[in-house]
Design a binder for this molecule. Structure first.
Ligand code: 48F
Length: 259
């Protein structure tokens, strides 16, 4: 038989390996929606605890709001309460006026590397459009998702399902998953007022305090928490995002390992 043409091999390997990955993602411990700072931080600490974690991100890259720095000035700042997390991710940083300063490219890359090295998988280009639920009692047990390119095209194509023991809304200001639940599951009594104007210090703190379980199976981290509870914005300081990501991981580990 004729030797397999190189082009055929490329296609076959991409499709078969991606299919294996997506099949594995169809049933996991935790689906994190959004690969911004809070989602990536959560992914590392969850995966380190032996959980099977997938991060579904609708863009073709990770990092969420990190890349833009503050008004496109390429530096990220955080308070020193987050220093142990920055160290956990092996970031180079400087302390200036008691603030941690990191380059956005490094911040994004190291958060993603930390999550990946811990065993989490990040899949880009996937838009989460709905949740899977069970009733009596109400619980969230996964998401429905579709390639972002299909979503952008406006074509009517059904999604596929990714079942998980926990779903984390890490979609930032959009609080996309929480808004789906607000709209489609009124019995959840979830209301998402959106975040308040800026009060950085307060916003950075309460967002961490309020981080946790929203419903059985549904958790929120990062700016999605601020949108859910109407908390003040903190703007381009990332303390709350890092601490919130670590906290949601702790809450989920506690919930899942207890079951
Ligand atoms: O917005 P984002 O960075 O969220 P975060 O982790 O951090 C917020 C900060 O960046 C900053 C701030 C505080 O310092 O104000 O804004 O809370 O990342 C959210 C990610 O979720 C993706 C989106 O593309 C982004 O990368 N995302 C949003 N909706 C969906 C989604 C969806 N439906 N499906 C998949 N990914």
């Amino acid at each position: 038989m004729e030797e397999e043409p190189f082009e055929a091999k490329i296609t076959k390997v991409i499709i078969s390996e991606a299919s294996k990955e997506l099949s594995s993602a169809s049933h996991s411990d935790v689906i994190i929606v959004g690969a911004g700072p809070s989602g990536l931080t959560a992914a590392k600490y969850l995966a380190e605890n032996g959980l099977k974690v997938y991060v579904l991100e609708r863009r073709l890259s990770f990092g969420g709001g990190i890349g833009g720095g503050g008004m496109l000035f390429p530096k990220i700042v955080a308070s020193r309460e987050a220093e142990d997390i920055v160290k956990d991710f092996n970031m180079h940083y400087r302390i200036v006026e008691d603030l941690i300063v990191v380059d956005p490219a490094e911040f994004m890359a190291k958060l993603a590397t930390g999550a990946i090295d811990a065993g989490a998988k990040i899949i880009n280009g996937i838009h989460v459009e709905d949740v899977i639920f069970r009733d009596n009692p109400l619980r969230i047990c996964g998401v429905a998702a579709i390639w972002s390119a299909i979503e952008l095209s406006g074509l009517h194509v059904d999604p596929l399902f990714f079942y998980s023991r926990a779903v984390v809304d890490a979609t930032g200001h959009d609080a996309y998953v929480l808004r789906v639940v607000e709209k489609k599951l009124p019995e959840s009594r979830i209301k998402v007022p959106g975040d308040k104007p800026v009060y950085s210090e307060v916003g950075d703190k309460i967002v961490v305090e309020k981080t946790g379980r929203v419903l059985p199976g549904l958790y929120a981290t990062g700016m999605a928490v601020a949108a859910l509870y109407g908390l003040p914005r903190m703007g381009p300081t990332f303390t709350g995002m890092l601490l919130s990501g670590r906290k949601v991981a702790e809450v989920i580990v506690n919930d899942l390992k207890g079951r």
